[in-house]
Design a protein around this ligand. Structure first.
Ligand code: AMP
Length: 113
């Protein structure tokens, strides 16, 4: 089964990368839903947040730190921003490789659609 985000993590699929580390990559979303829209993914394939297990806790923590670093780097820290993880069909997930959306540069609303 081929996974587009595994391809990006491996450098085989082009992406507009904004940050990367040993176990994560952050790149701009192809169809941005806000002025800033970056995806933070683990390099390792995990289908979604429902598939994480306790030993993934450190990795998930590093992804959250990376997401906050991206937001800071994009100048969003002061004004605020939103992190989103969609899970499964009802959650609106379309790519089955865990990713954190970093959204900012406009006023977010609640509840989300
Ligand atoms: P989700 O609906 O939460 O699974 O989010 C998947 C996101 O991936 C969507 O916002 C898509 O626009 C984005 N996306 C899909 N393919 C690519 C790609 N090749 N490069 C960047 N973003 C992508």
């Amino acid at each position: 089964m081929s996974c587009i985000f595994c391809g990006i993590a491996a450098g085989e699929v082009p992406s507009d990368t904004v940050a990367e580390g040993e176990d994560f990559v952050a790149f701009r979303d192809l169809q941005p839903q806000a002025a800033t829209h970056v995806l933070v993914i683990p390099r390792r394939h995990i289908s979604g947040i429902a598939d994480i297990i306790p030993k993934d806790g450190d990795l998930i923590g590093r992804l959250m730190v990376a997401a906050a670093d991206v937001a800071r780097g994009e100048g969003l820290a002061e004004g605020g921003y939103r992190l989103v993880v969609n899970q499964g069909e009802a959650g609106g997930q379309t790519v089955e490789h865990l990713h954190i959306h970093v959204l900012g540069g406009r006023q977010m609303r609640w509840p989300p659609g």
